[in-house]
Design a protein around this ligand. Structure first.
Ligand code: NAI
Length: 794
């Protein structure tokens, strides 16, 4: 075709990226790769290998070691051996290593981009311009944190050996998100890349050698899910960081429940892309191209649910179809391709199956007339309209270039639809009215909200989910916290086993007014005293066996009522930080007024000295959280785009608390007050040793203007109350302070809706030491960060 003819047709010609260097790199390794353990390439003792395939052609690229328990064992041992020196390294030196890695990623960026595209099938335009530059940015950013760690955190202590498991959709980027913060904070790692895309992780192992990273600090073991499982179960791993499907995330939660491994999970999503009638529709369509057709839609935060205001639905769908007609699908190494190959046949089949199911459920399917390449795994860009909100394609992650479109009428309806899945990873809001956009942003249950933009990421801005999209953040200051623990906590002694509940001495409630009994305590639900559903009570005795009183024996039904009351307590969740502070100050004031009386009661259970201490420090603790309520602010980030990202510390929601037994008043206040300060509502089970404290607490709350339902107290045996609390789907998090067995039960029982669990890991906590038992560490667990990205400029 002549140039003149080209000007007429404006057809794209082929613009292939040359894969020669990548092919040479594969040849140099004999197209066969072993594990990277203790700074060396180690063959698997079992001698098993699997193939990694170019999904755009179906051709085999290389043969990869299949890891099993002995490989994981060797890698964990290497990481453990390397840990003391790496941890003790001066921050500046760790910073230099990370800086070296950043420089090397930049130096080899073209090779890495081509390899990524060959192994994954994503367009070279994306791996070259988005994935790899962001990888370098993560290492630069975290080199900075390594340098500043001692100045910015008090006594930062790494978790230890970290097991990291990553998916195939952003292979090297997910590696960077995991490895950079782990190394910056002084951990050593064993990373398992996804079986479909191991090549760039292996290339990264070469960069670690080139950067002189000490042997054992970074170990890479390849393999499939069984390799990941072996890593999760290894007893000498201190933390697991996982990105992948919600299903595997749940399995990992269950597998780690009886261990003390820390866990962060970045799971699936079904993110809403909301377009209001005043939006700039052409920009919204371009946003959508990035939202759902970026990386063939294989993106955890893909804007896969299009929610359109009814009045603009028709015109928007027509604009989207016009734009879809211009999307170019084909060989991903072609620089002018928009949509590349799906990562593997099994994923392609999953997309086909889900789309067919959506159509069977009544959706209308539209695809542009495009010829797909004859080889490889491809799926055309697809829009499903007339989708019912309960349809499988509106609820389940398809992980393909498939958009499910629905309509709404009012902003309220948009929020309801947006929040109508189990997920909460990301969302987009398109409106020219900034007031509406920010008002809606605040109501969306998602870790990231993009206003008039889509799929922007930066190392300085934390990323992660609400609800079943997981917990923990990657990036930002909050991302570092996932890899550190307070020094005192790491070395805290074990709590001696909890006292077993006394043999059931329950009696009919009506009989409980025996003259020798001092106090009879009811439950506290929705701001009112409530009789227990069981009609029974439990005797409470002093250490020397005297009866101190009777407390209600709460059961499953009482927990359900308490959760319902907590969910309804909107006047607390919507209160301003200033109002919350005022109520807490008032609580402190009222506790001061009644301190002698409360201490006298409490002395029966814990002795006079401890009782006085608990009350005195209790007042201070409440004061402290009253002070924090309007100071535990978020931040404003300046990512390298024309955007600001507003990082808000939001409450987690409704939180179940199992209070420590040994300090009935102070332990209760130490957990409940930070949750209240952050705007959560609480269902608390008070100390089993002295549940009679409840009577003092409800008097305190009633006289301090705390709205009904903000705190609910259900007395009884932890062994009976933990289960309904941990299994309840309307409880967003569990804080469980008890012995090893209780803590393990809390973790195991709460896997259903993947609620966050925070525990003392069976360790003793000195609640009388304010330097450890209050402050940021508690508030960080009482909140989750939402990043709202807002663009600026014309
Ligand atoms: P997956 O969750 O099975 O795989 C992710 C990683 O976990 C891989 O490295 C895998 O080898 C490992 N793994 C698998 N089973 C494991 C186990 N029992 N213990 C420890 N590690 C284990 O995801 P898969 O099968 O590749 O994709 C299936 C679906 O999951 C996708 O269609 C998509 O819906 C979703 N997905 C979501 C991702 C996200 O970023 N949110 C990423 C990848 C997949």
């Amino acid at each position: 075709m002549s140039i003149a003819e080209k000007f007429v047709t404006m057809e794209y010609g082929p613009a292939p990226e040359d894969p020669k260097e990548a092919q040479l790199w594969l040849d140099r390794h004999g197209r066969k790769f072993n594990h990277f353990i203790a700074g060396e390439w180690q063959a698997p003792p079992a001698g098993e290998y699997f193939d990694t395939v170019d999904p755009s052609t179906g051709e085999i690229l290389a043969s990869i070691a299949q890891g099993s328990s002995p490989d994981i064992e060797a890698a964990v041992r290497a990481a453990r051996a390397a840990f003391p020196k790496w941890r003790a390294l001066k921050p500046h030196l760790r910073a230099r290593y990370l800086y070296n890695l950043a420089r090397l990623v930049q130096k080899h960026s073209r090779l890495l981009a081509v390899l990524e595209t060959m192994d994954n099938g994503k367009p070279i335009r994306e791996s070259r311009d988005i994935d790899i530059p962001l990888v370098a940015r993560h290492f630069y950013y975290h080199a900075g944190w390594a340098q500043l760690l001692d100045q910015e955190f008090s006594q930062p202590e790494p978790c230890g050996v970290v097991g990291q498991i990553i998916p195939w959709n952003f292979p090297l980027l997910m590696l960077a998100w995991k490895i950079a913060p782990a190394l910056a904070t002084g951990n050593t790692v064993v990373l398992k890349p996804a079986e479909f895309t191991p090549l760039t992780a292996l290339a990264f192992a070469g960069l670690c050698q080139e950067a002189g990273i000490p042997a054992g600090v970074v170990n890479i073991v390849t393999g499939d899910g069984s390799t990941g499982e072996a890593l999760v179960k290894h007893p000498d791993v201190d933390k697991i960081a996982f990105t992948g499907s919600t299903e595997v995330g749940r399995a990992i939660r269950a597998a780690t429940a009886s261990s003390h491994k820390r866990l962060s999970l970045e799971l699936g999503g079904k993110s809403p892309f909301i377009v209001f009638d005043d939006a700039d529709l052409d920009s919204a369509v371009e946003g959508l191209v990035d939202g759902i057709w970026f990386n063939q839609g294989q993106v955890c935060c893909a804007g896969s649910r299009l929610l359109m205001q009814e009045s603009i639905a028709e015109v928007l769908i027509s604009k989207i179809r016009d734009r879809m007609n211009t999307l170019r699908i084909g060989p991903p190494l072609d620089k002018a391709i928009d949509i590349g190959a799906i990562v593997a046949r099994v994923q392609l089949e999953r997309i086909e199956r889900l789309v067919a199911q959506g159509v069977a459920e009544g959706a209308t399917c539209w695809q542009p007339q495009v010829a797909l390449p004859s080889r490889g795994f491809y799926f055309p860009p697809t829009i499903l309209s007339n989708v019912h909100p309960s349809s499988i394609v509106a609820q389940q992650e398809i992980f393909g270039p498939v958009l499910a479109a629905m309509t709404f009428r009012t902003p309220k309806e948009a929020v309801e639809l947006a929040n109508n899945t189990v997920y909460g990873l990301a969302s987009c809001i398109w409106s020219e009215n900034i007031n509406v956009a920010l008002h809606v942003a605040a109501q969306i249950k998602a870790g990231v909200v993009w206003v008039n933009c889509t799929n922007l990421f930066d190392a300085a801005c934390g990323f992660g989910g609400y609800r079943e999209s997981g917990y923990g953040r990657e990036g930002g200051r909050e991302g570092l916290l996932e890899y550190m623990e307070p020094k005192w906590f790491k070395h805290a002694p074990k709590l001696s086993a909890a006292v077993a509940p006394p043999a059931l001495e329950s009696r009919e409630w009506a009989e409980s007014n025996s003259p020798s009994i001092d106090r009879t305590v009811k439950l506290y639900i929705g701001g009112k005293q409530a009789r227990p559903d069981s009609g029974y009570s439990m005797q409470v005795r002093s250490p020397d066996g005297r009866i101190l009183g009777e407390a209600s024996l709460g059961n499953r039904k009482d927990i359900r009522n308490a959760v319902e009351a907590a969910r309804k307590a909107e006047s607390w969740t919507k209160a301003t930080a200033h109002s919350r502070a005022q109520v807490l100050y008032y609580c402190a004031e009222n506790l001061t007024l009644r301190s002698d009386e409360i201490a006298r009661w409490l002395a029966g259970a814990v002795g006079e000295q401890q009782a006085r201490h608990e009350v005195e420090l209790g007042v201070q603790r409440i004061f402290s959280y009253a002070a924090w309520a309007d100071k535990f602010d978020g931040a404003v980030h300046n990512p390298p785009f024309r955007n600001i990202a507003i990082a808000m510390n939001e409450p987690i929601g409704t939180v179940g608390v199992i209070s420590p037994s040994e300090t009935p008043l102070l332990g209760f206040l130490s957990l409940v007050m930070p949750l209240l300060a952050a705007g959560n509502t609480v269902i608390a089970v008070p100390s089993e040793k002295y549940p009679l404290i409840t009577a003092d607490l409800y008097q305190l709350f009633d006289t301090s203007d705390l709205p009904g339902g903000a705190v609910n107290i259900v007395t009884g045996y932890v062994s009976q109350l933990l289960k309904p609390l941990a299994e309840h789907d309307d409880v967003d998090a569990i804080w469980c302070y008890g012995d090893d067995a209780t803590v393990a039960s809390a973790k195991a029982m709460s896997t259903g809706n993947l609620k966050q669990v925070w525990t003392n890991e069976g360790r003793a906590i000195d609640w009388f030491d304010s330097s450890i038992a209050e402050g940021r560490w508690f508030l960080e667990h009482a909140t989750q960060v939402k990043n709202i990205w807002v663009p600026y400029g014309e």
